[in-house]
Design a protein around this ligand. Structure first.
Ligand code: ADP
Length: 448
């Protein structure tokens, strides 16, 4: 949950959705592990929203959340099994009986399973309904069957209609089977994960539950991501005038050692360095891309192989590519503000926040048509009223370069460029709409 701990978009969602629900009158208690550096006492975010940090010195006081660049922590099953049991134990101890438990991803998928099966104090939660939101179907929490005892479940759940998955334990599968409802973070992704290419072998289980599965788009925190009030950028700006954005661009170029020239388009990328993000495609086109009169700024953290690939690209093109490896929230703001275009060639993208943040900062997204990118970005080509970016569908170098070239053509047409930037900035990408949809779903669940 941002700002307490973050590796990607889930933190943004957990940081924004509770407050937006609170504004709609929903009382929310968020529970998350007490990762290193987090306080022990509960934090009250607003009248309606409180956060509790679940403590376990050995499990959670570590340098990272899930693992290091060499791989996941080997005891992740024990860590998150403990967390799920604690969520229920502490709720009950507090006398806090929720109408809904909203579980996120495999880390909390055991909660719906426990509520439907093993929970000793189950009667306490007998009216509680569960919603599982899948933020990324590729991360399933798969573990050796030898760890099964650590889940605190009876053995009769380890079979193909339970948590068993090709001889191993799959926690997300358990959540999908036992939650009262399932959601994912965009309507297109909700459909995609029921197919072979996107379901990562859970497509069959998801299809089975298709009538209880829906897609609700994420929003962004408009207080955090707002060029008119953003203290981390060189000069604030708004839809009324983009003069400040030009200052941010010059500042970005100067600080990163790129030529300071307003007429050279800057392509930004802020991303986890994971295969999903289309980084192989990016690497494939890099040399051709960097031959053009452009500049490329990448901020990324994650898999070691991509650290190597992209630092090599940076070395081959020192004047045109600025490669910043690591996680840096301040730098992310400066890239969203200072870039002309934002690249997201993802092979799949459950929702994607980068393109929404870009829109808000008047930076035109270039995206592959998948998941939430398909639901939020419309190619400007031939769509004069709704276009807000550049979209390519087939996952290949020619199509990607094609989209970049269309962007370069628009870049030369200053009037059109500015109109598109302002259209993006005017879009409603806030949480209000999404939170209202979640509340509607909660109400349906309580009636069922
Ligand atoms: P995912 O959840 O798959 O990582 P999203 O697009 O949904 O992708 O969310 C990514 C979020 O994390 C955005 O807020 C983005 O700005 C931020 N982010 C990703 N990588 C970095 C990084 N290296 N430094 C700072 N922020 C990052």
């Amino acid at each position: 949950m941002a700002p307490f701990a973050k590796t990607g978009g889930l933190a943004d969602v957990a940081g924004s959705l509770p407050a937006a629900l609170g504004d709609l009158g929903v009382e929310v208690l968020v529970m998350m592990p007490r990762y290193r550096g987090l306080p022990s006492a509960d934090i009250k975010i607003s009248k309606k929203v409180r956060v509790r940090f679940i403590h376990h010195e050995a499990y959670f006081n570590r340098s990272a959340l899930y693992g290091n660049p060499d791989g996941d922590y080997s005891d992740n099953l024990q860590r998150f099994s403990f967390f799920c049991h604690e969520i229920l134990r502490q709720s009950e101890a507090m006398g806090f009986c929720p109408d809904i438990i909203h579980a996120h991803d495999w880390q909390t998928s055991l909660v719906p399973v426990l509520l439907k099966t093993e929970m000793p104090g189950r009667h306490f939660f007998k009216k509680t309904k569960t919603l599982l939101t899948i933020h990324n179907a590729a991360y399933q929490g798969i573990f050796s069957h030898r760890r099964y005892a650590d889940l605190g479940l009876s053995n009769d759940l380890f079979h193909v209609d339970g948590l068993e998955f090709f001889g191993r334990i799959n926690l997300l599968k358990g959540g999908i089977l036992f939650a009262d409802a399932i959601s994912t973070v965009s309507p297109t992704y909700a459909k995609e994960i029921q197919t072979r290419n996107y379901g990562f072998w859970l497509e069959g289980v998801l299809k089975k539950r298709a009538s209880d599965l829906r897609g609700i788009l994420n929003g962004i925190d408009e207080k955090l991501w707002n060029p008119a009030t953003d203290k981390r950028i060189k000069k604030k700006y708004s839809i009324k005038s983009l003069a400040g954005k030009a200052v941010c661009k010059a500042d970005l170029q100067e600080r990163l050692g790129l030529e300071k020239d307003a007429d050279i388009p800057v392509f930004g990328m802020v991303t986890r360095l994971a295969e999903q993000k289309g980084l192989d495609l990016m690497a494939e086109i890099a040399d051709e891309f960097l031959k053009k009169n452009i500049q490329f700024v990448l901020l990324g953290d994650g898999d070691r192989v991509y650290h190597t690939t992209f630092s090599n690209i940076g070395k081959r093109h020192p004047k045109k590519a600025a490669i910043h490896l690591g996680f840096n929230a301040d730098e992310a703001h400066r890239i969203y503000a200072g870039s002309d275009f934002f690249l997201m060639p993802s092979s799949y993208e459950p929702c994607g926040l980068g393109q929404l943040i870009s829109l808000r900062y008047g930076t035109l997204p270039i995206v592959r048509k998948t998941g939430g990118l398909a639901d939020t970005i419309v190619d400007q080509d031939g769509n004069s009223t709704q276009g807000n970016g550049f979209v390519f569908e087939e996952q290949n170098a020619r199509k990607f370069i094609g989209a970049i070239d269309r962007a370069l053509t628009v870049f030369k047409n200053k009037k059109r460029l500015e109109a598109l930037k302002k259209r993006g900035m005017a879009m409603d990408v806030s949480w209000q709409k999404s939170a209202a949809e979640y509340k509607k779903l909660f109400k349906e669940l309580l009636k069922s």
